[in-house]
Design a protein around this ligand. Structure first.
Ligand SMILES: Nc1ncnc2c1ncn2[C@@H]1O[C@H](COP(=O)(O)OP(=O)(O)O)[C@@H](O)[C@H]1O
Ligand SMILES: [Mg+2]
Ligand SMILES: [Zn+2]
Length: 537
């Protein structure tokens, strides 16, 4: 029977574990000092070793030579824990039906001494899903634990474990595992399996796991199923929906050359090869993120899942771009990725997104232009806004950048002014004129998924929550929690027509009063400021 690699190579001792040194050391010390807690919480990303360490700990506690940090692996207890049938190591999956029943019986069960071993170890997986009834039972037990009871709660969502429980447990957070360590582990496993793979392929697999060892090993399983005994990077990438640095670099090259045409070619190529556009966009976001990180942190950083060669290459690609450029590209790409997930026309969305990237690049052109203006005006005493950049090929020489008309930003839905206008329109359309009227004198604040309407005493009565709810449903296609309160609403002078939230007004004001912008506007008196976007947001 084929056993999946993640299972077959589950570490049986601490020495096989990769990463999580902090967990390992603390537990080893606790064991050697015989200071074993009754409750542990293992939290962190999936596939990083929580269940694995829970089982290793169980072996440490119950090995015939134990408690020991080096369980023998040969005694009945060790063998049974590995096989998952030890009478005294009880694994419960709190997410399953069976688990719910088992948790119910736990309070009974825990009272009886271990059948054979020193400790009775309860490993509870997906512990955040325990019912509140079971949490209560657990709490009672943890308040007065029998000397032999040890609970290990594993969860990806530690914050969902009640504090009453958490405060009685030792907590360990498992970290995502470093790229290089995952690569080394897979290299070792492949050697055991007699399968060949080059460094590039290993890198692809390690990247695919995003710090989860299990996910990388599952990807490895797939690659073996697909490629056989000799894995290739290209096949593995295609299989996992990943893209080579070369293919992603086409996008940054097009940006460098401000070449919209080339962007469209990229999409055409993807379509022709039947590649998944959503995957591409996700990879592109990761690519920009990596460029940004090498730019900020330099090469040889553990912050990037990439080989040293790939990091060098990323650094080269990132060199002509400014940090702000890359940040903007990343933001736009993430937005496009979000759009693509619900889009019925992914190709169109991706094309628009890539063209937006090209346009966004011109923003820097303006900054450079401003810097140049600064040079024409010596003695102005104004510091240059941007560090000079190696801009070879950056700006098409013939085409002057457009005046301060920044590319229109996608309208943020959460901007309260904008939402208010839309609600106003909906109320008008629905014939709810009193409420519409009152809304003009009210402020809308969106906070934690809730809509707060602040209005004045006079309009409080007219602000009918039911009608507001209808307008919300009409506008957003869903209901939201609504509160109407009396206060001092910040209302703009010409309410419904005003497109910007007060926050944006402030940004606009700040931008327009910037000396460089002022000078630019003097220089180009016909220039027209269409929109101002705060890039830090
Ligand atoms: N830190 C690690 N070191 C070595 N292998 C690991 C590690 N974390 C996970 N694995 C591999 O992934 C598989 C699943 O790990 P597991 O401990 O069940 O993850 P979790 O409980 O955190 O979701 C293991 O069988 C093992 O092969
Ligand atoms: Mg687990
Ligand atoms: Zn043993």
């Amino acid at each position: 029977m084929y056993q999946v690699i993640a299972r077959k190579y589950r570490p049986q001792t601490f020495s096989e574990l990769i990463g999580q040194e902090h967990v390992r050391t603390t537990i080893e010390n606790a064991i050697s000092q015989r200071r074993i807690a009754h409750g542990y919480i293992f939290s962190g990303q999936r596939g990083t070793g929580k269940t694995t360490v829970a089982r290793i700990l169980a072996r440490c506690l119950n090995c015939i030579n134990g408690p020991t940090a080096n369980p023998c692996g040969e005694c009945a207890s060790c063998l049974e824990v590995t096989a998952g049938n030890s009478p005294d190591v009880i694994e419960i999956d709190a997410a399953s039906n069976r688990g719910i029943n088992e948790m119910r019986e736990l309070r009974e069960n825990v009272r009886y001494r271990p059948a054979r071993d020193r400790y009775k170890v309860f490993i509870v997986d997906e512990a955040h899903q325990i019912t509140s009834e079971a949490f209560n039972a657990l709490l009672k037990t943890l308040e007065e634990p029998p000397e032999w009871a040890v609970f290990i709660l594993c969860t990806t969502e530690a914050h969902k474990v009640p504090t009453t429980i958490a405060s009685r447990c030792q907590q360990f957070s498992f970290r995502s595992v470093d790229f290089a360590e995952v690569v080394a582990r897979m290299e070792w496993i492949l050697k055991q399996e007699g399968i060949e793979a080059d460094a590039e392929t290993l890198a692809v697999l390690a990247q695919a796991g995003e710090g989860s060892v299990r996910d990388s090993l599952s990807a490895l399983d797939q690659a073996i199923a697909c490629c056989g005994m000799k894995l290739s990077a290209a096949d593995t990438r295609a299989l996992l929906g990943m893209f080579s640095l070369d293919s992603l670099a086409q996008v940054s090259q097009a940006l460098l050359e401000q070449d919209s045409r080339r962007m469209l070619d990229v999409v055409m190529e993807l379509e022709r090869n039947g590649r998944n556009l959503q995957h591409f966009c996700r990879e592109l976001a990761r690519y920009f993120r990596n460029l940004l990180v090498v730019k900020v942190a330099g090469v040889n950083t553990r912050l990037i899942a990439a080989t040293p060669q790939e990091q060098e290459r990323l650094a080269e690609i990132a060199a002509p771009f400014a940090e702000e450029d890359l940040t903007r590209y990343l933001q736009i790409t993430l937005d496009v990725f979000k759009d693509l997930q619900v889009s019925l026309q992914p190709r169109l969305h991706l094309e628009i997104g890539l063209l937006k990237l090209v346009q966004a690049g011109r923003l820097t052109g303006i900054e450079e232009e401003l810097a140049r203006l600064g040079g024409e005006n010596p003695g102005g005493g104004i510091p240059k806004p941007v560090a000079a950049k190696p801009a070879a090929g950056r700006i098409p020489a013939a085409a002057p950048p457009p005046p301060v008309s920044l590319p229109p930003a996608p309208a943020p839905i959460q901007a309260s002014g904008d939402l208010r206008d839309r609600l106003h329109a909906a109320l008008t359309e629905l014939g709810m004129m009193f409420t519409a009227d009152a809304l003009e004198h009210s402020q809308v604040i969106e906070k934690a998924g809730e809509l707060q309407f602040v209005t004045t005493v006079e309009f409080k009565l007219a602000m009918d929550p039911k009608e507001l709810q209808k307008a919300v449903q009409h506008t957003l296609g869903r209901q939201m929690k609504i509160t109407v309160s009396v206060g001092e609403p910040e209302v703009s002078a010409s309410p419904p027509a005003k497109p910007k939230a007060s926050n944006d007004d402030e940004t606009t004001e700040r931008a327009l009063s910037h000396p460089e912008v002022k000078r630019f506007r003097e220089k180009f008196p016909d220039a027209h400021v269409r929109a101002v976007r705060n890039l830090k947001e």
